[in-house]
Design a protein around this ligand. Structure first.
Ligand code: F6R
Length: 366
C-alpha cells in the first residue's frame, strides 16, 4: 500500500535510499575493489574474448542503458552500442558468440526486448538480463539474470527501478573491467565507494522535496520544456524529459547540450524553460557555455548543480543543488531530483500520476 504517501510514485521515489543499498549489498567490496555477481555465467576466458557489447532496452530502461555504455567504455576496452528493442530486431546487426548482449527491462516482459534477445541467443550471443521481476519472461530467456532487488514498483512511471538499473549496469561494467584486467583494484575501489555513497546522498536529495515542489509550482503552465546535459548527464536529461512528459503531459524533450545549436535552439523562446544538468564533472565548463547560449535567448534556466558550486547561480534563474558526488553517482542523484520535479509539476496540474493515460506498466505487445 501507499504507506501514507498520496501516490505510489512518491512512495517509490522515497524508497531509493533503501533500494540503492539493497541492489549493491553483498555485491561490491570497497576494500578489495572486487565485484561479486554470482549470477554471471560467463567464464573469465569468455569475458576475455568478448569483442563488443550491445545493450538492448526500451524507454527509461534505454536511458539506463545509455549510462551503461559510458560506464562500460570507461572501465573496459570493449566498444558498446545501445539499441532500442523495437529497432534492434529489424537492424542488420551481425551478432555472434563474441558479442555480449545486456537486456534491461524492469518488468522483464517488454515484448520488443524479449524478442530481440531471443534472436541474439539463436545467433550464439550470451545474454545477461537486468530485471526487477523474479521469474519474468526475460529471466527465462537469458543466460543469466541480475536482479535489481528493488521491490515491486506500482507507479507506471519508473523511478526506483531506473536507479536500480543504473547500479546494476555499473556493477557489470566493473565486473567486466576487473575480469579483463582493464581497471586496477584502486580505481575500482574508488568507483565502488562512490556508488556506496548513493544511498546516503539520495536521502539528502529527498530532503529538498519542498524546495523542488516550489520550483515545480512556478512552471505548471509552461507549454513545453527542454532538458539538457552532457556525457552521463545526457541520458539523465532524456530521462528527466520522459518522466515529465509521461505524467504531466507537458511536451518535453531532452538533448545533448552540444546539439542545441544544431537545430533545437530555433524553438527556444522566453516561455520554454530549460533544465540544465550542470553538476561538477569534466564537461562542466562546456555546460556553462551552453547555458550562456540558452540565456542569450531569454529562456528561463533551472540548473541542477553540485552543492559546492557557488558560481552557477549567476548564470541561471533557479538552482537545485545536489550533494557533491563523482561523475558516476551524480547523474543518479540528479535523476532523483528530476523525478520529484516531474511528480510535483504533474500533481499541481491535477494529473492521474500513477496511471497516466495511454500507458501501461508492462508492454507485452510489439
Ligand atoms: C517510463 C517507463 C517506460 C518503461 C518501458 C520499458 O517511466 O516506465 O518507458 O521504461 O516501457 O519497460 P521495461 O523496463 O519493463 O522493459
Amino acid at each position: 500500500e501507499k504507506c501514507g504517501y498520496d501516490h505510489f510514485m512518491l512512495k517509490e521515489i522515497h524508497e531509493q535510499p533503501k533500494s540503492l543499498k539493497d541492489v549493491m549489498s553483498g555485491r561490491l567490496n570497497e576494500f578489495t575493489g572486487d565485484v561479486e555477481l554470482k549470477e554471471m555465467t560467463l567464464t573469465r576466458a569468455e569475458i576475455g574474448s568478448l569483442k563488443r557489447v550491445i545493450i538492448i532496452a526500451c524507454g527509461t530502461s534505454y536511458h539506463a542503458g545509455m549510462m551503461g555504455k559510458y560506464a562500460i567504455e570507461s572501465v573496459t576496452d570493449i566498444p558498446v552500442s545501445v539499441e532500442i528493442g523495437s529497432e534492434f530486431r529489424y537492424s542488420s546487426n551481425r551478432v555472434g558468440p563474441e558479442t555480449l548482449i545486456i537486456a534491461i527491462s524492469q518488468s522483464g516482459e517488454t515484448a520488443d526486448t524479449v524478442a530481440a534477445i531471443k534472436d541474439a541467443r539463436k545467433k550464439g550471443s550470451n545474454v545477461i538480463a537486468i530485471t526487477n521481476v523474479v521469474g519474468s519472461t526475460i529471466s527465462r530467456e537469458a543466460d543469466s539474470t541480475i536482479y535489481m532487488r528493488t521491490g515491486p514498483e506500482i507507479g507506471v512511471a519508473a523511478t526506483k527501478t531506473f536507479t536500480g538499473q543504473i547500479a546494476v549496469i555499473y556493477m557489470i561494467a566493473l565486473y567486466l573491467g576487473r575480469a579483463r584486467g582493464n581497471i586496477s583494484p584502486e580505481d575500482a575501489r574508488s568507483i565502488i565507494s562512490e556508488m556506496k555513497s548513493l544511498s546516503q546522498k539520495s536521502k539528502l536529495v529527498l530532503e529538498k522535496e519542498e524546495y523542488i515542489a516550489n520550483i515545480a509550482r512556478m512552471f505548471v503552465n509552461a507549454p513545453s520544456f527542454f532538458f539538457v546535459g552532457r556525457n552521463l548527464n545526457f541520458p539523465a536529461a532524456l530521462e528527466g524529459a520522459l518522466k515529465l512528459k509521461e505524467i504531466s503531459y507537458i511536451y518535453s524533450e531532452g538533448f545533448a547540450a552540444g546539439e542545441l545549436k544544431h537545430g533545437p535552439l530555433a524553438l527556444l523562446t522566453t516561455n520554454i524553460p530549460v533544465v540544465a544538468i550542470a553538476t561538477r564533472c569534466p564537461t562542466y565548463d562546456k555546460m556553462v557555455s551552453n547555458i550562456k547560449e540558452i540565456k542569450a535567448r531569454d529562456a528561463s534556466v533551472i540548473a541542477i548543480a553540485s552543492e559546492c558550486d557557488n558560481k552557477i547561480s549567476q548564470f541561471v534563474d533557479l538552482v537545485i543543488k545536489i550533494p557533491d558526488a563523482g561523475e558516476y553517482a551524480s547523474p543518479v542523484l540528479s535523476s532523483i531530483a528530476l523525478q520529484l520535479f516531474a511528480y510535483y509539476v504533474a500533481r499541481f496540474r491535477g494529473c492521474p500520476i500513477d496511471k497516466p493515460r495511454n500507458l501501461a506498466k508492462s508492454v507485452t505487445v510489439e
